[in-house]
Write a protein that binds this ligand. Structure first.
Ligand code: ZN
Ligand code: FE
Length: 253
């Protein structure tokens, strides 16, 4: 599938999917319908399906207007049916979804919200992970514990390293400012910080990142790494405790 990045609202990304084999069109997390409709109209496309990663308004607020126009179904977390009034097809971790000629896996990744899910399309090497994993960061713990979120980070790690990570927000540069304070001797991180600054100066998104890149540079995936543990004065500590300390520091950074 082709994936188009649509910047919406303040710093959200929603993603327009186009399957070149079947011509199907989908969207992930339309927090605002207008920018999606603009692109669809410009391309002469009809929308076939809406995917939601979690119930927050900046990810679902455009559902109704898009459904009104195209009558397309909304696929999202079944356990949040009461909080996503526009939901049609509820799914949970372990389920699969079809889009165009591809099959996607639904992953349960709680922490930011209790029933947060991700969609992984292995054929396209694409992961849509909403507000759980960000480039160089992770989502705030609104409805889950550090243990939940660390487990969600670990659930994403077995995916292939070249998986492209399409997350819900452009938070990369501020995440980078924090990351260097807790992983100061990480050369890959420092190189990435420079690359990010250049991308943002050119007005480009820093997304997608890759899982491999995140493994090497994102402190929230590195709570079990000596470099991060030493920087926090937590050598040999339980990764959950290190992750919790990272999250706490970031909340007040
Ligand atoms: Zn959110
Ligand atoms: Fe969000």
């Amino acid at each position: 599938m082709d994936i188009q990045i649509l910047p919406i609202l303040n710093d959200n990304y929603c993603y327009l999917l186009h399957d070149s084999v079947t011509g199907q069109v989908g969207v992930v997390d339309p927090g605002d319908a207008d920018p999606v409709l603009d692109v669809l109209d410009a391309q002469g496309w009809r929308l076939n399906v809406i995917f939601n990663t979690h119930h927050h308004g900046d990810h679902v607020a455009g559902n109704q207007a898009l459904k009104d126009r195209f009558g397309c179904p909304v696929i999202g977390p079944e356990a949040d049916r009461s909080r996503i009034g526009t939901l049609d097809t509820g799914v949970a971790g372990g389920d699969t979804v079809r889009f165009g000629s591809e099959t996607g896996a639904v992953l349960s990744i709680p922490g930011h919200t209790r029933h947060h899910i991700a969609f992984h399309f292995p054929d396209s090497r694409a992961l849509f992970c909403g507000d759980t994993l960000f480039s160089l960061g992770c989502g705030r713990l609104f409805e889950g514990t550090a243990a939940d979120m660390w487990q969600s980070m670990r659930a994403l790690m077995p995916l292939p390293g070249d998986t492209r990570v399409y997350c819900g927000h452009e938070y990369t540069q501020s995440n980078a400012r924090f990351a260097v304070t807790v992983d100061p001797d990480n050369a890959a991180l420092r190189a990435r910080v420079d690359e990010i600054a250049a991308q943002r100066a050119r007005g480009e998104p820093t997304i997608p990142t890759t899982l491999d890149q995140e493994r090497h540079t994102n402190p929230f995936l590195r709570a079990d790494e000596p470099g991060v543990q030493t920087a926090l004065g937590m050598d040999g500590a339980d990764p959950v405790a290190v992750f919790a300390a990272l999250r706490q520091r970031k909340d007040s950074f």
